[in-house]
Design a protein around this ligand. Structure first.
Ligand code: GUN
Ligand code: FE
Length: 452
C-alpha cells in the first residue's frame, strides 16, 4: 500500500529514550510513499527553510496550527476486543467471578459472526479516535470472528496483533465457552495464524498471536501444543501472567512454580511475548522475562479493579524489562491509553506512599517507586513499540509515521496552555494529565490518515 508523501511543519514531542522528552520545535517531518519518516529537519539547521519551500512548492506541506502538536501514535498492548460492550460496567466482582458470571457469557456470543463484526468495527473506530495506532488484541475462541477482527483492523488501517483465544480446561471453562477439545483448539489456532497472514493486502501489517487465555484456562497439553505452534510459525505469544492473588496462587498450586516459570517451560515466554499485568513477579521471574526478551503490558486501571495490588513498575523499568501500557478493555474502564498513562503515574504514587491512613507514614508505602509523566509518555509510545520490536513510536528517519495530532484548542478541550507560564514540557505534562478524545484531531498509521 502506498500513501501520499507529506511534510508536517510544526512542533512535535517524542521520547526516544525512557524518561527524556525531546521537543522538535518548528521541525519539518517528511514522510514517504511507504508510510515511513524520510527525515526530520529541526528548525535551527540551515537547510530547514529550503526544505520547507521545496515541500510547499510540491504541494506536500501541512502546517500545524500554533495550538497543535504531534505526538507518536499510542500503543495499546492489551485489549479484549469482545469485551467492548462491557466497558465501564460489571466492575464490582473479583476476577474469577467476573470471568465466570459476566465475561465468558458475553464472549460466547461471538459465535455469531454478524454480532462480532458490528462490535469489532465500533471498537477499532473508538480506539483509533483515541489515538491508538497499534493494538494487541485477544479475540474469542471463535475462528471466523477472530479473523474478522483482524480484517477490520486491516480495513480501518490500525496496525494490530490479533489472537484467537485458546481455552480447553473443563475445570475452569464452562461448557458453553471453551474449545471443543485440545486438538480442536490447536487446529483452530493454526488455522487462525494461516488465515490472518493470508488476508488480502495484509503483508504483515496485522499479525496473528498465539493466545493461551491464561494458565488456569488451559490444559498442559494445550499449553505445550501452543508453545510448539509459536515455535513453528514464529507468531508472537500473549497471555495473562500473575495478575491477581487468585491467579498467581492457582499456578503455584498447580505447578509449584510461578506463572513466569511455568510459561517459560511450555515455550510461551519468548521474544516479544506480551504478558498482561505481571503484578506478582519475583526478581527471578524478572530475570527470566528479561533473558527471554518478553515484555509486560501494564494495565493500571484494570489492576485497580482486579489485581489486588499495584504493579511494581519502577522496579520493572529499573530491572531493564520491556514495558508498555494496556487498557485491558474491559478490565479497565477506559479505551484511552492516555487515561492509562495518567493512572500509571497515580498508581505508582499510591505504591510509593501507601494508601492506608491507619499505618504510620514510614510503614505505609514503598519508597522510590514513582514514575513521572516523561516515563508514562514513553510507555505509551516508544515503550510499547519496543515490547513488540517495532520501528515506531518515535519521529526519526526510517520509523513508521504513526502520529496523533493533538489540538489544545479543540472544542471541549480540558487542556489549557498559558503563554509565559507553560514550557513545552509543561504542555506535554498537561496533555498526559488532561487530554481526552476531544483533543485528538487526526491520526496516522504508517502515513495513512485513519481518523480525523
Ligand atoms: N484473565 C483471564 N482472562 C482475563 C480477562 O478477560 N481479563 C482479565 N483482566 N484477566 C483475565
Ligand atoms: Fe486481560
Amino acid at each position: 500500500m502506498t500513501v501520499t508523501p507529506t511534510a508536517f511543519l510544526g512542533t512535535a514531542f517524542h521520547a526516544p529514550t525512557r524518561g527524556k522528552i525531546e521537543v522538535l520545535e518548528g521541525a519539518l517531518i517528511e514522510t514517504g510513499a511507504d508510510g515511513r519518516v524520510v527525515r526530520v529537519t529541526p528548525e535551527d539547521v540551515p537547510e530547514h527553510a529550503a526544505r520547507v519551500k521545496t515541500a510547499s512548492d510540491a504541494g506536500r506541506l501541512s502546517r500545524l496550527a500554533p495550538t497543535q502538536v504531534l505526538i507518536p501514535g499510542l500503543v495499546d498492548l492489551h485489549i479484549h476486543a469482545p469485551q467492548f460492550p462491557q466497558l465501564g460496567k460489571n466492575l464490582h466482582l473479583p476476577l474469577y467471578d467476573w470471568l465466570q458470571k459476566c465475561t465468558f457469557p458475553l464472549e460466547a456470543r461471538y459465535a455469531d459472526l454478524a454480532f462480532a463484526e458490528n462490535i469489532y468495527r465500533q471498537l477499532v473506530e473508538t480506539l483509533l479516535a483515541n489515538g491508538t495506532t497499534t493494538a494487541v488484541y485477544f479475540a474469542t475462541v471463535h475462528l471466523p470472528a477472530s479473523v474478522a477482527l483482524a480484517k477490520t483492523c486491516l480495513d480501518l488501517g490500525q496496525r494490530a496483533y490479533v489472537g484467537r483465544v485458546a481455552m480447553d480446561n473443563p475445570d475452569q471453562c464452562p461448557e458453553f465457552y471453551r474449545d471443543a477439545s485440545t486438538e480442536d483448539g490447536l487446529a483452530l489456532t493454526r488455522d487462525h495464524i494461516a488465515q490472518v497472514r493470508a488476508l488480502p493486502g495484509n503483508g504483515g501489517f496485522v499479525q496473528p498471536v498465539v493466545t493461551p487465555r491464561f494458565i488456569p484456562s488451559c490444559t498442559d497439553k494445550m499449553l505445550d501444543g501452543l508453545g510448539r505452534i509459536a515455535a513453528d510459525t514464529k507468531a508472537i505469544v500473549q497471555t495473562h501472567c500473575s495478575e491477581s492473588d487468585w491467579q498467581h496462587g492457582y499456578v503455584l498450586d498447580r505447578y509449584g512454580k510461578s506463572d513466569t516459570q511455568a510459561l517459560a517451560g511450555f515455550g510461551l515466554m519468548e521474544r516479544h511475548t506480551v504478558l498482561a499485568h505481571a503484578n506478582f513477579i519475583s526478581t527471578s521471574d524478572m530475570g527470566t522475562i528479561k533473558r527471554q526478551g518478553a515484555g509486560i503490558a501494564h494495565c493500571p486501571l484494570s489492576n485497580y479493579y482486579f489485581s489486588n495490588a499495584v504493579f511494581p513498575l519502577r522496579r520493572a523499568l529499573d530491572f531493564g524489562l520491556n514495558v508498555g501500557l494496556g487498557t485491558d478493555i474491559s478490565g479497565g474502564h477506559s479505551p484511552s491509553i492516555i487515561d492509562n498513562a495518567r493512572q500509571a503515574i497515580a498508581s505508582s504514587r499510591a505504591l510509593e506512599e501507601g494508601v492506608d491512613p491507619g499505618l504510620s507514614a514510614k510503614d505505609r508505602g514503598r519508597p522510590g517507586t514513582r514514575i513521572d509523566f516523561r516515563e508514562a509518555f514513553w510507555l505509551s509510545t516508544r515503550g510499547g513499540a519496543e515490547v513488540l520490536g517495532l520501528d515506531a513510536g518515535v519521529f526519526r528517519a526510517g520509523a513508521a509515521f504513526d502520529a496523533v495530532l493533538i489540538d489544545l484548542a479543540a472544542p471541549g478541550s480540558n487542556v489549557r496552555a498559558f503563554d509565559g507560564l507553560d514550557s513545552h514540557e509543561d504542555v506535554l505534562e498537561k496533555i498526559v494529565s488532561t487530554a481526552t478524545q476531544a483533543n485528538v484531531r487526526a491520526v496516522w498509521v504508517e502515513g495513512r490518515k485513519v481518523s480525523a
